[in-house]
Design a protein around this ligand. Sequence first.
Ligand SMILES: Nc1ncnc2c1ncn2[C@@H]1O[C@H](COP(=O)(O)OP(=O)(O)OP(=O)(O)O)[C@@H](O)[C@H]1O
Ligand SMILES: [Mg+2]
Length: 283
Amino acid sequence: MVLETDVQSWLISQNSSYRDIKNKKPKRKASTIAVTSGKGGVGKTTISLKMSKVLSKMGYRVLLIDCDYNLSNTVVKLGIPVNNNFFKYINKEKSLDDCIYKDGNFHLISGCNGSLDLFNCSVKLENSILEILGQKESCYDYILLDCPAGISKENLIINAYCDYRIVVVVPDKSSITDSYSLIKILSLNHGIHSNHLLLNKITSKKQYNKIVKSLGDTVQNFIDCRLNILGGIPSEKNSTELFEEIIFNTEKTKLHEKFCNVIKKFTDEASRTPCDLGRQNFF
Ligand SMILES: Nc1ncnc2c1ncn2[C@@H]1O[C@H](COP(=O)(O)OP(=O)(O)OP(=O)(O)O)[C@@H](O)[C@H]1O
Ligand SMILES: [Mg+2]
């Protein structure tokens, strides 16, 4: 399969600076956002899906790519049938367009779920993702990547390629430590010095302020990086089933409002020309 020129040159220039990489990207393209964390179970998939849905309702053309290739949770959370399309794309049995689930402006490339074929295949899946980005960057306003947990080299390459990284942290020492490790390696190995921080499962304002200050100060003082604070999402007490029903299907809730605030902050910051459809009446 032929790589788009900009992605190809990005792969070749893996060791060059972030600025060089950015200069090689085309001018008119989607903003790419990695939703990432280091630690698992902090809410990356929930947040990627909610952000994608809200942005698409605002009129933006949104593609969500599930990068948890063989433990794909996006389809599960949306209640749509699991499928092996990602492997079929990798194996050249299906075109990319035939593997995209479409619901209005919201498009999804899901992964597989425990596919032995995908597990045993020798393709470097991070390259496949970069290839997909190269093909699709000019077709969308935002492309979100729901990243797997962990700081594997493959995961970090995807994180580093994106224009933005939303680092999701929950109030738990290991989540804070793991996010710092992720930010540190991205900085030292990939020249990424700026990330966004989104706190999830917050139970009080005091707790939120404490984490923002301690992580922000540590990142600034020890590795000279910047954390752009997006805000906090409260911890919901409902059962997982009810929580996910509310978050994905209801708009008249405090939780939805919180997400809208986070997204507004993000889109206001992101220096790009938006697609205006439906924006005014959303907030
Ligand atoms: N703000 C919240 N309040 C309560 N529960 C939440 C909140 N955010 C996420 N959850 C729940 O936390 C669990 C983990 O969420 P999710 O699957 O989105 O995490 P993840 O970071 O994608 O996990 P993984 O690393 O395994 O991919 C889910 O059951 C989800 O419903
Ligand atoms: Mg997930």
